[in-house]
Every structure is written in structure tokens, then in C-alpha cells.
Design a protein around this ligand. Structure first.
Ligand code: ADP
Length: 268
């Protein structure tokens, strides 16, 4: 199912020649379709929490003087509001990622720094849930890219590993390198993902079990953000999982071997 969008312009050059200019708009049509889809998805996904906020506010207004009841409604209102806030944050992040070219602002990034920052950002959540984070592997590997985006990607994988683990449990974050690639693997011993859903987890708003993910506050956007970051860096993401045993998400990126010449070196 291939469609090609060409805009053809015709101009006469004197009496003997005709100039034909064909402009290939296929990619921009495809991007328009992706954008329209995204907006439709967002509208649909926002309706549920916004509706819930409205209903809960109404219930609060009509609640009796029973402080327990008022507190219960207020707590659910806070949960839905937080959910809306994190969804909005992730939607903004995702549309930013869809619009930029990482290579415009890329610099050399130390993989150790990325992994350490991502672990640090998850430390409090892991501790409070009884999950041990274990980092390890090769040191001093480097990639070319945007450090903040790479931290977000690894952070999202670790946050999921924590979220879908059954405490007490461990989450491993390993770094390794081959001649021309580096690999960051996040492994958990959590609930795992059924085989037939594995391909879909990177889709926007997809959650394996809607009800369960909702109760844990998931938005279904975390892994699509990871996928975008990795693709923007010329890399790939893979997942291995077994229900009841755990999952491993692996990010593979092109490795930087030589230090890039600095401006002053390049001039001499
Ligand atoms: P969410 O905000 O719901 O976690 P994600 O895009 O990060 O959204 O993940 C999509 C879905 O993939 C999740 O809802 C969950 O069902 C599944 N998933 C992601 N990571 C894991 C994991 N480490 N273990 C088990 N299931 C996972």
C-alpha cells in the first residue's frame, strides 16, 4: 500500500522547451498523518482523567459532612490530577522529540554518566518500594548525542522496571560494548509481558493491562519516548520478556571510539 504525493509544476521556456518540476511531498504527507493520529490519540486519552476530575469535583461538592468521605474523594482527585500532569508532561516531551534532529546539537556523552544519572533519579522510588538497583559493566564508553535525552530514556526503562516488579526484588542496569556499538540493558524480575503484546509496548498510549497500569498511574507514553530518543540517536531498542519471570530492555547505540577533535585542535 504505497502512495506517492507529487506536486508537479510546468513552465514554458521559450517556444521549444517545457520545464517540469516535480516536488516529492510523500514524507510531509506521512508526517501530517502521524501528527493527526497523535492528536486524535491524545484527545481520546485525556478524556478519561478529565472526566474523572469533573465527576470527583461534583461528588466533593455534594459530599456529606463525613470527613472520611471528603478525604477519600479529595485523594482520588489528587491522583487523577497528578496523572493528568504527568501525561501532559510526557505529551510535550514526545512532540518535542518528534520535531527535533538530535544530531544538530549532539556532543560526546559518557555512558557512565547517563546511567548514573538515571539510577540516581530512580533511587528514592526504588528504596521506598523495596527494590534494589544494581548498576555495573564496562566503564568509559562513549556515544554521540544529547545527554539529557539519553538520561530520560534510561530513566524511563528503570522506572518501568521498578513499577512492574514485585518487591522485594532487584533491577540490574548493565553496560557493555562491542567494537562499534554500546549496549545498556535494564533487567527486572517482575511480572513480564505476554508474547503477543511484546511488539506493541512501544506504541503510544499502549498498556498491557489497562486496568492494572491505570492503578499504577502509567500513561503508556514512557516507552514511545524511549523509542524516539533511541531512534533519533541512530540506535535501536529491543525487549525480551517472560511472564512471571521478568523483562530485559536493551538500548543499542553507535559507539564513539576516538575523541572528536575539538575546535582548537582542528585548527592546528
Ligand atoms: P506506562 O506509563 O503504562 O508504564 P510505557 O509506555 O512505559 O507506559 O509502557 C507500556 C506498557 O508496557 C506498560 O503499561 C506495561 O504494561 C508494559 N511494560 C513496560 N515496561 C515493563 C516492564 N519492565 N515489565 C512489565 N511490563 C512492562
Amino acid at each position: 500500500d504505497v502512495s506517492l504525493h507529487l506536486v508537479v509544476r510546468v513552465a514554458r521556456l521559450g517556444s521549444r522547451f517545457i520545464l517540469l518540476i516535480a516536488d516529492d511531498r510523500t514524507e510531509s504527507y506521512r508526517l501530517d498523518a502521524v501528527r493527526r493520529d497523535f492528536v486524535a490519540n491524545i484527545s481520546h486519552e485525556l478524556k478519561t482523567p478529565i472526566g474523572a476530575v469533573g465527576l470527583l469535583a461534583e461528588a466533593l461538592e455534594q459530599a456529606s459532612d463525613d470527613p472520611d468521605q471528603v478525604r477519600a474523594f479529595a485523594q482520588r482527585l489528587t491522583t487523577e490530577a497528578n496523572r493528568l500532569a504527568s501525561m501532559t508532561q510526557e505529551i510535550i516531551e514526545l512532540s518535542r522529540l518528534q520535531a527535533i534532529d538530535v544530531l544538530d546539537t549532539a556532543e560526546e556523552v559518557k555512558v557512565d554518566d547517563v546511567v548514573q544519572a538515571a539510577i540516581d533519579k530512580n533511587r528514592v522510588a526504588a528504596d521506598s518500594l523495596g527494590i534494589t538497583l544494581v548498576g555495573g559493566g564496562e566503564k568509559r564508553l562513549r556515544v554521540w548525542g544529547d545527554e539529557a535525552m539519553l538520561v530520560t530514556a534510561v530513566h524511563n526503562l528503570i522506572a518501568n522496571a521498578i513499577q512492574y516488579s514485585v518487591p522485594p526484588s532487584r533491577v540490574g542496569i548493565g553496560v557493555s560494548g562491542t567494537e562499534d556499538t554500546i549496549e545498556i540493558a535494564v533487567t527486572d524480575q517482575g511480572i513480564g509481558i505476554p508474547d503477543d503484546e511484546l511488539d506493541r509496548v512501544f506504541e503510544r498510549f499502549f498498556r498491557v493491562d489497562q486496568a492494572r497500569s491505570r492503578s499504577t498511574g502509567g500513561t503508556g507514553l514512557g516507552l514511545s519516548i524511549v523509542k524516539h530518543v533511541v531512534q533519533n540517536h541512530g540506535g535501536e531498542i529491543r525487549v525480551w520478556s517472560q511472564p512471571g519471570r521478568g523483562s530485559t530492555f536493551t538500548i543499542r547505540l553507535p559507539r564513539v571510539l576516538e575523541a572528536a577533535p575539538t575546535r582548537s585542535k582542528a585548527r592546528t
